[in-house]
Design a protein around this ligand. Sequence first.
Ligand SMILES: [Zn+2]
Length: 162
Amino acid sequence: MNQEAHARAKQLVAQERVEGISQAERDWLTAHLQDCTRCAELTRQTDEALRSMRTAAIPLPRGLASRTQFRVRLRAQELREQAPQRRALWFACTLSWAFGIASAPYVWRLFAWFGERTGVPKLVWEVGFGLWWTIPALFAAAVLLMENSRKGDQPDWMSQGS
Ligand SMILES: [Zn+2]
């Protein structure tokens, strides 16, 4: 078991309680917690701390509760910071799709005209027209990739598996 797996588990435990995690991530976490007593104990403590924050009934070591709170709050803040960027991205994508749909007949004519002019086979300019539609998706994918690679300080568990 390496250090990155523990770090990932810790991250997922916090994440699960703030915004939820995917089924695959939950499966991974469950498997990890079965093998790793350290992380399982941490998860138990996190749940306990969160429960006590909600009910404020069970007295807990102060440091533990605030550490957990801090982690969860940090995670929530991280998400808030990303959210406006995401919204802007989706807005740009939607706009560009809408523009794509509105301009489709003209673009089609443009491609047809271009095909006629240059004598390019019909299939080629039809494919060109098809590719025109994938530009917003490619743009979104590029932005998402850039965003992911920017998180350089996080363990690179995505490409390494467990
Ligand atoms: Zn662990």
